[in-house]
Design a protein around this ligand. Structure first.
Ligand code: B12
Ligand code: SF4
Length: 540
């Protein structure tokens, strides 16, 4: 016998969608165990919440699953969808899981009316829970879950994490509308790229105070098996741009090297982006990443003030940040910047440092704005907010979700010495300055393009509309002609090349292992030089 399971994928209010990898991971386990899986894709079809009631009334499911992170938007979606599920005439067993419910299971059980909250990584939990549901055995024997019994919270201990990510079954992509998901737009993608998220590892070893890590530790995938999945997605779905969503692909120099080596070995015509750490940057490593197809690295910089960085346990120094960003730009990778305002120690002056930095190093790959820090439930900052009275200690989750975290661009808790009024005035100034800079530069570049078009009668111009609304805003005056609506006319083969499309590859260079060998050689030279310099320093 098997269970009929429905995944409810909520609407993110966006015109393009990120494939829900958590749902995919759970679907892989359910498929392996022979359960029947369906998805209600509100994210793609934008159905009203009530349509879920009708769907459940007309289609019998044993279990329905909602996976949720802890944002205000997801919380509101959860409330509407829970109502729709609970109203159904043949309501299935309703499960919630993910980053949102895990640290505050009781609150989510009560608010959603769901039957069970599943905590942390889900593969082991879902397998055992499905058995308990199917064979009607007690929940208390299932690890990593929480439920209410006569209004009282019951919880079981978390199971150990899956020791090796290689033991997990591959996501059953054939069960999902990948042709829609691959239309996702990401920074520095071309109009013709098919983009898709992927994980090279799970976890993060750093401990930034504002960040909630649901599970401890760090587990990486075998780079060769990771590349098997890249190859499968490229060959089966034409995906040629991979957006690594693990907390930190650059979690260590070693892991970054291994992934790059595997990318070079396969030599697929793909590009990729990832999250990076500035303390692991070196020009050689970044060059290796570039050679392996990396076009964009999103760095969590957070602040350019040392005290604020220390307060949030970021493990970075402003000089390290500047060096890393300069090296990134130098090798030709576009940097993305995450900045926060409102951590302990933040003032108007620290904010100004952030704005100055963003303007100086902005390559216009994305719009730059700064957001207030949010103490997401489960993060060290959440407990700091509770302890310092910024969140109600009797029901912090209720205070967070219902009263304080109403929008990611508005203050949730004020950790600074500024008044809320001063805080907002500062942030308003910062974001206006950043946006003005963005649009000024865009205007400047567009006007330059018009000059270029008519002065040079450039027949490769793709039309003004082609560039409107694209994510490629590479519009600095210097690179005005690398915009998406301009094709490369610099070499004599340009005309032939622009009408010839043998595959939808987004790189124009061959990736070869020779580049890895060059990297290793340069790394050795750099290490030797460092050793020599150290010896001289010690001797003098
Ligand atoms: C991709 C992503 C997004 C995508 C989500 C798209 C999608 N369809 O999934 C988008 C861009 C929408 C997004 C937005 C935000 N995100 Co985000 N995002 C991520 C990211 C990078 C990857 C998520 C992922 O796919 N993980 C891989 C899968 C395998 O893991 P998973 O989804 O957690 O699922 C596993 C478990 O949670 C569990 N599980 C989940 N559901 C269920 C259900 C059951 C029944 C069971 C048994 C188990 C279970 O099992 C799964 C397999 O092990 C994570 C960081 C990370 N590396 O996880 C941040 C992360 C989830 N995001 C985060 C945040 C804060 C946000 C924002 C709120 C930020 C903001 N202030 O704007 C916004 C939301 C704003 C908004 N308006 O919606 C935080 C979450 C913090 C929190 N406490 O919830 C994270 C952890 C980043 C971080 N380190 O801070 N995000
Ligand atoms: S913010 Fe980034 S580096 Fe810091 S703990 Fe979270 S994932 Fe790790």
């Amino acid at each position: 016998m098997s269970l009929r399971v429905l995944f409810v994928v909520y609407d993110n209010g966006s015109y393009d969608q990120t494939f829900p990898m958590g749902v995919g991971a759970l679907a892989a386990i359910l498929k392996k165990d022979g359960h029947e899986i369906a998805c209600w894709h509100q994210d793609i079809h934008h159905y009203p919440d009530e349509a879920l009631t009708e769907y459940l009334d007309n289609n019998k499911f044993d279990v329905c699953i909602l996976s949720l992170i802890g944002g205000y938007y997801q919380y509101q979606k959860m409330k509407g969808l829970s109502k729709a599920i609970n109203r159904s005439k043949q309501r299935p067993v309703y499960l919630l899981g993910g980053y949102g419910p895990t640290p505050e299971p009781e609150f989510f059980l009560k608010k959603s009316g769901c039957d069970i909250v599943c905590k942390g990584e889900g593969e082991i939990v879902i397998e055992k829970l499905m058995d308990a549901i199917e064979f009607k055995t007690p929940y208390k024997d299932v690890p990593g879950i929480a439920w209410l019994e006569n209004g009282k919270l019951k919880e079981t201990v978390r199971p150990p994490l899956v020791p090796s990510l290689e033991d997990l079954p591959t996501i059953p992509y054939e069960l999902f509308p990948i042709d829609t998901y691959k239309l996702l737009r990401v920074a520095k993608c071309k109009l013709t790229d098919f983009c898709f998220p992927l994980m090279s590892a799970r976890g993060c070893t750093f401990k930034c105070t504002f960040c909630y890590r649901m599970d401890p530790g760090y587990r990486k995938r075998d780079p060769e098996l990771l590349l098997d999945e890249v190859e499968l997605l490229y060959k089966n779905y034409g995906i040629n741009r991979f957006s690594f969503q693990d907390d930190l692909l650059m979690s260590s120099v070693e892991h970054t090297e291994e992934v790059c080596k595997a990318m070079l070995k396969r030599n697929l015509p793909i590009t990729w982006d990832c999250y990076g750490r500035l303390n692991y940057c070196s020009k050689e490593l970044l060059q290796l990443m570039k050679d392996a197809g990396c076009v964009f690295i999103f760095y969590g910089v957070e602040s350019m003030d040392q005290k604020v960085l220390n307060n949030m346990k970021k493990g970075l120094r402003p000089d390290m940040i500047v060096a890393g960003i300069e090296q990134t730009l130098e090798v030709g990778i576009s940097p993305g910047f995450g900045f926060l305002f409102g951590n302990r120690g933040d003032t108007k002056e620290t904010l100004k440092k952030n704005v100055d930095f963003l303007i100086k190093y902005d390559d216009f790959a994305e719009k730059r704005t700064i957001r207030p820090v949010t103490p997401y439930p489960g993060s060290p900052l959440y407990y700091d907010a509770i302890e310092s009275g910024l969140l109600d200690k009797n029901n912090p989750a209720e205070d967070f979700y219902e009263n304080k975290h109403l929008n990611s661009d508005l203050l949730c808790c004020n950790f600074t010495d500024m008044s809320n009024k001063e805080f907002y005035e500062s942030l308003k100034w910062a974001n206006k300055t950043l946006m003005k800079n963005h649009y000024d530069k865009q205007k400047e570049s567009t006007l330059k393009q018009i000059d270029h078009l008519y002065d040079n009668l450039d027949s490769t111009f793709r039309g003004f509309r082609q560039s409107a609304g694209t994510t490629d805003n590479s519009v600095s005056a210097d690179n005005a002609f690398s915009k998406t609506n301009w094709e490369n006319t610099k070499n004599s083969d340009a005309d032939a090349a622009r009408f010839t499309q043998s595959n939808n590859g987004s790189t124009n260079h061959e990736k070869s292992l020779g580049r890895y060998d060059v990297y290793i050689k340069n790394k050795k030279i750099r290490e030797e030089r460092k050793k020599r310099e150290r010896k001289i320093r010690l001797a003098s």
